[in-house]
Design a binder for this molecule. Structure first.
Ligand SMILES: [Zn+2]
Length: 347
């Protein structure tokens, strides 16, 4: 294998294998099956190989995971009616004794479901989006953050992003109080310019992605702000830019936090933010490509660290990173939505 070449065909074969059958190592991720499917479908789209899947079968499977209220009144019963992560987390609305089971659909699975449907060209206007939008309000907290599921869980920027991406894809923001969400995001920017997942938390590469992309999707942040008037932004852009650029380590890769080793996925989380701000030309693109190539598996896919075995998560973010680096043969990425520009047409 030519060690410097992006092995597109091997990556396509890797994803096709995951499409057919997930290795047993993914058993513990069963309830996140929609997320794993998103990595496969969006990955194949980035690699310009979406013809390898049965789009109708995928659409039927995704749609079968949507939770529906049994009647109009139920939309207001405090539950969230989105998509369940997998069949094992999808309970019938009533048990054998007639007692109702709560829906366990969640924001992350709903984002992945809608993204998959959009990528395969399914018309999102034909799904029951009203119950998603109306019931999503039950998840927003007084401080503007979101919890992922109505039964309660941690609330942080990850779920603000999922909610913003869902509203953006559906073209319906009634599920979110945007002003409150904006305030929450701005409170997450730290003294060092990065963003924590919650106000006051340590800055983190994943959190800056969620914060900046949410503001972008909500229309509060212009694209390429660095070439316009960065000082007019509600975000401290110069400090954030410095924080992002300082995450590129001596080996060329990006670390998620100071003093951490470079990791394939942060090439996506941080380079995406640089792209949106208009600062991606300031990173060392050649060095980043060099690091990513050391994480490319001879079997297809990417690993987290150089020389390790590949996994689906880091493979997908390896593909997105190569797309951001404009590798020939890859479709371009709409960084703030997590799908190709082609798939995002019409949103
Ligand atoms: Zn990682």
């Amino acid at each position: 294998m030519d060690s410097e070449v992006f092995q597109r065909d091997k990556h396509v074969a890797f994803l096709e294998m995951m499409y057919q059958l997930l290795p047993h190592h993914y058993q513990t991720q069963e309830i996140n099956r929609l997320t794993l499917a998103y990595f496969v479908v969006s990955g194949l789209d980035l690699l310009a190989a979406l013809d390898r899947i049965d789009k109708d079968a995928v659409a039927d499977w995704v749609l079968s995971l949507q939770a529906h209220p049994r009647n109009k009144a139920e939309v207001n019963n405090g539950q969230f009616y989105g998509f369940c992560g997998s069949r094992t987390s999808q309970f019938p609305p009533e048990d054998d004794n007639g007692a109702s089971n709560p829906s366990v659909s969640n924001l992350a699975s709903t984002y992945c479901a809608l993204a998959i449907l959009k990528i395969i060209g399914y018309d999102l206007s034909s799904i029951d989006s009203k119950s998603i939008s109306m019931s999503m309000r039950n998840l927003q907290q007084p401080d503007g953050s979101f919890m992922p599921i109505h039964t309660g869980a941690e609330t942080d920027l990850r779920f603000v992003y999922c909610a913003a991406a869902i509203c953006h894809m559906l073209g319906n923001w009634s599920g979110m109080d945007k002003e409150k969400a904006k305030e929450y995001i701005l409170n997450c920017q730290s003294y060092d310019g990065g963003f924590g997942l919650t106000p006051g938390a340590e800055s983190h590469g994943g959190a800056i992605y969620c914060g900046i992309t949410s503001l972008r999707l909500m229309g509060f942040l212009e694209e390429d702000i660095l070439s316009k008037n960065a000082s007019s932004s509600m975000v401290n852009v110069p400090l954030l830019l410095v924080w992002c650029l300082q995450r590129q380590a001596a080996d060329g890769g990006f670390q998620g936090r100071p003093n951490k080793p470079s990791d394939t996925c942060y090439a996506f989380w941080i380079a995406s933010v640089l792209k949106i701000l208009g600062g991606h030309k300031l990173m060392d693109q050649k060095a980043l490509r060099g690091f990513l190539i050391t994480c490319q598996s001879e079997y297809g896919g990417f690993s987290k660290f150089p020389g390790d075995l590949p996994d689906l998560y880091h493979s997908y973010y390896g593909f997105t990173a190569f797309s951001l680096l404009e590798e020939p043969g890859l479709n371009s990425l709409r960084a703030e939505l997590g799908m190709t520009d082609l798939a995002a047409i019409g949103i």
